[in-house]
Every structure is written in C-alpha cells, then in structure tokens.
Design a protein around this ligand. Sequence first.
Ligand SMILES: Cc1ncc(COP(=O)(O)O)c(C=O)c1O
Length: 427
Amino acid sequence: MNVHRLTVFKAYQLLKENGIVYVKDKSGYYVRPRAAVLEQTPELTISPRGYMNNLLSRIQRVPVAYQFSQAVLDPNLLPNLYLSECAKKVFDLYPKVLSTYADVQGDVELRQSIVGYLAGIGVYVSTDELLISTGAQQAIDLLAAVMVRPLDAVLIERPTYSAAIDIFRKHRARLIPVDLSADGYDLADVEAKLSKYRPRLFYLNPTFQNPTGYTVPIQQRKQLAELAEKYRCLLVEDDPFRDIYFRQAPPPPIFTYDTEGWVVYIRGFSKYAAPGLRICAVAARKPMIAHLIRAKSLADNGSPLLNQKIFLHSFSSQRMQQHLEKLRTALYMRKRKMEDVLAPTGWEWSSPGGGFNLWVKLPPTISAAKLLEASLKHSISFVPGSICDPSVEPSPWIRLSYSYLNEVQLEEGISRLVELAESLQNM
Ligand SMILES: Cc1ncc(COP(=O)(O)O)c(C=O)c1O
C-alpha cells in the first residue's frame, strides 16, 4: 500500500485496542471472531448491586457502526472551527489563563454572563447564587454529598438518568422510585411518598427527560414547588435539554415557582454547546449554595479557568446563538427520520418535543435483552430500559438516541435494528 512500516504497525495497534484483532506471540495478528467482541463485555445482564454506568459503558465500549446508545451530540453539529478560534482568542485576552487558579465558585465573568442567560428563562439569581461545576454529573454528586447520609430516602424518577442512580447509590441513599409518564407524575403518589418516607431530596429531570423525552406539564411544576415546601424536601431540577426544543419552548423551570429555596437548578451545557468544556451552572439560594461551594472545593477546588473562559466567549456570541438555532432543526430532522423508519413496526413511543432520545416500547414478542445481544453482534447499540430503572426491573422499553448519527446512517441503522427484531420474534 506504499505506506511506512510504522503506519502499518499503528493500524494494527488500533485494531487491537478496539478488540478487532488479537496477537499471538511470535506468530502474528489474527482477526477475532465477531462473537468474541461481545465476550469482552461480560455480564450484559444487570446484577442489582452493579452500577448502571458500568453496564452502559460496557455496551458503549463495543465498537459499533450504528451507535444509538450514547445521548451525546454529533460533533459535526457544532461549529468546530469557530470554537477553536474562540480558544485562541482566549489565550490573547488572558495570557495568564493557564497560570491561574479559578475561583472555586466559578469565574465571576462567566457567572455574570450566565445570570443574564438564566434570567431569559425566568431563573432570577445573583452571581452569588451560582456555582460552576464540571458537568451536570458533578453537580448531582456535590448535591448528594451535601444532602444525603446513608439510608436517607431519596425520590427519583422511574425511569431516570442512569448515572444519577449510581451517584445516589454511591452515597448509600435509599431510592424511592416515582413513576414518570408522558403526562408527568401522579402527584397524589408523589405526596404520599413525601409524607411516608420524608425524603431528603427528589431528583428530577422534568424537561425532555433522559431517557423518555417527556416533559412535566406546567401545572404540576407549580404544585411540585408547593409540595417541596410543605414537606421540606429539596427538589433537584436537572435541566440539560431545555434549549433543545423542536417547535415550542418548554414550560418554565420548577425553580421559577419556588419562593423559599427548596429547589436547586442544574443547567448543564454539555448537551447543547461545546460538550468537551464540561461547563454546568448550579443555581441555589443561601445557605445551600455555601454548602455546595464547600463540597466543590473538596472535590476539585474549582473547574478549569481555561474551559470557563472559552465557554464564556463562545456561548455568549451571536454566531454561536445562530448556530444553536440550526442545531435544533438538525436534531428535529433526525428525530423525524427515526420515527419514520419505526412507524410501520407497531412499536410504541410518545413523540418528544425536544431532547436527544426516543423511548420505545417493544412488543411482548421481543425481549430487549435478546435484541441487545443480537444488535451488538450486528454493530448496533442502544440502551435497554432496565439500566434506567432504579429498582432494576426487567423492562420492555429501550432508549434510542438520535443525536449522534446523521440521517443516512440513522435510517440504515434503525432499518437493520427493525429487521433483527423481526427475526428474533418469539425467540
Ligand atoms: C439528565 C442528565 N443529567 C446530567 C447529565 C450529565 O451531563 P454532563 O455531561 O454535563 O455531566 C446527563 C448526560 O447524559 C443527563 O442526561
């Protein structure tokens, strides 16, 4: 092929790292049989004590051509050149940016800018009431560290974001699931659980939820804020998908209905703008914000200043805002494509008004676990619903993310998945 020996060597190393070939000492490189790729990811069934994320990352480590398991943005949907120009500009503007610690609470210029952004969605806070964390995941962990003692009750949606289950388990919380449907919660059930278990907090993702894409209606948002106050239970409102709406902006955050500081608002930006920067803003009233700052200082003493400055200069620019408008349209088209291919199957879902995921119910003739096993062998991945269930029940639901693949790949991948499912009927 007219390439240097080293290039060939590097190619073999890559194939080896991805589990596609293996090495026999003093013999050579051999192609692994396809099934062996799966064997590298043992225990595709869940043990109740196992961390959901372990299982998820095992699924995600299998190299596949059709990746529906990661709810992450396709990097091609972001203005990469523009983002790198912003990074260069930051080095000119702040020549000492790499020689400086950031404020533990977050760069004040960034906090000022985020105060303006949040006011636009009805979240009125001062710079003192904001903390910058390294991603929303860290924000959930900091809150759990501040609030949860072993065996404390914590309400959590069912289904929910699987890493949140792991975080609360790590802090040894007693998880009390609250069912979430396309119409929101059963508030009588929520109140009964608040009264019976007296939970420390309720973790919720009420807008274009991961994994379901469901949005809690406005009336319930007001009532939840009242219930939180009545039962002195902190609502942890995780809201990373708010700006990814397709036609209509979602209802205001629950935080906007809170009058006594019983809601903490987590606004991550990894799902929307520059995921690699890991920027998230946490809004909380005193004294909660002071506790969170102390926890943040223990965790990492502040998020990297460079990332904060790059985010500040990119996110607030007109160019980025125009780009983000286009992002919504691109994601809407991808969602439509996925729905079009699934339409003839008889599988059930409720079409989300935003977010990255379709939460799909398989017919009783198809087992989600068997479909996953077969899909991975055919280079397709998705998330089985049981991973998102805090009580780890087997589930007929699966999560298909439409955020990563373009429309052509998406059509091919979903068509193949449907064919596979049909071939597995009643097996
Ligand atoms: C509901 C929810 N919260 C938090 C996160 C984590 O976000 P980050 O990447 O900002 O840590 C995710 C990512 O999938 C998510 O879906």
